[in-house]
Design a protein around this ligand. Structure first.
Ligand SMILES: [Zn+2]
Length: 200
């Protein structure tokens, strides 16, 4: 098997507008093949032992999705666009914070809507809750989970078992939302459509 992993031929996406080389990344912990299209191009992530021919078949079977994602790739959104997106997302996010803060038993001092590329939210010791405007693009229960998660950080500033127990107390089914973010979060933060999965 080991020998089959060495496949020097590059994986290509045979797209509508020509061939696009595909970056192939492997990691022992990755369980499924996944596709990502962002400003760096097309990337397949997959388990360490998966042969390149499987990546080729996976890319070929998602040809239309990749073409669409490549066409939809944002050309560096201007600061004005992000400011508008934050203003549009703010009322719903503030409403979620207002609804959940008393239930969790905390009183945030400030709600800030940001446009970070790498995180959905954060909480500071001074009581500021920061939330990503792209939560407006996630399913409502997922956005709610992020809000509850950050509010629980005003009680526990860590990811200790006590923290997760508090999240679970308020949102018993939160693991599904966390899993959703693991699967689709990066694509939304990168402003690309949710990627198809090889499994599930
Ligand atoms: Zn956290």
């Amino acid at each position: 098997m080991r020998g089959r992993r060495r496949d020097p031929a590059p994986v290509m996406h045979r797209g509508r507008d020509g061939d696009v080389p595909v970056r192939v990344l492997r990691h022992p912990r990755w369980r499924a093949l996944r596709l990502r299209v962002d400003e760096r191009g097309v990337t397949v992530t997959m388990p360490a032992r998966t042969p390149a021919m499987q990546a080729r078949a996976f890319v070929a079977s998602h040809r239309a999705w990749i073409d669409d994602a490549l066409a939809a790739r944002p050309v560096a959104p201007g600061p004005g666009d992000e400011r508008r997106a934050r203003a549009a997302a703010r009322p719903a996010l503030v409403a979620l914070v207002d609804a959940w803060a008393p239930r969790v038993g905390v009183a945030p001092t400030r709600v800030v809507v940001r446009s970070q590329r790498s995180r959905w939210g954060s909480a500071s010791r001074r009581g500021t809750i920061s939330l990503n405007h792209r939560l407006a693009l996630a399913p409502a229960p997922v956005a709610e989970y992020v809000v509850v998660h950050e509010l629980c950080h005003l009680v526990h500033m860590d990811h200790s078992p006590a923290f997760w127990a508090l999240v679970r107390k308020h949102l018993p089914g939160f693991e599904g939302h966390r899993e959703w973010l693991r699967r689709h979060g990066a694509a939304i933060l990168a402003d690309t459509p949710p990627p198809p999965d090889a499994e599930g």
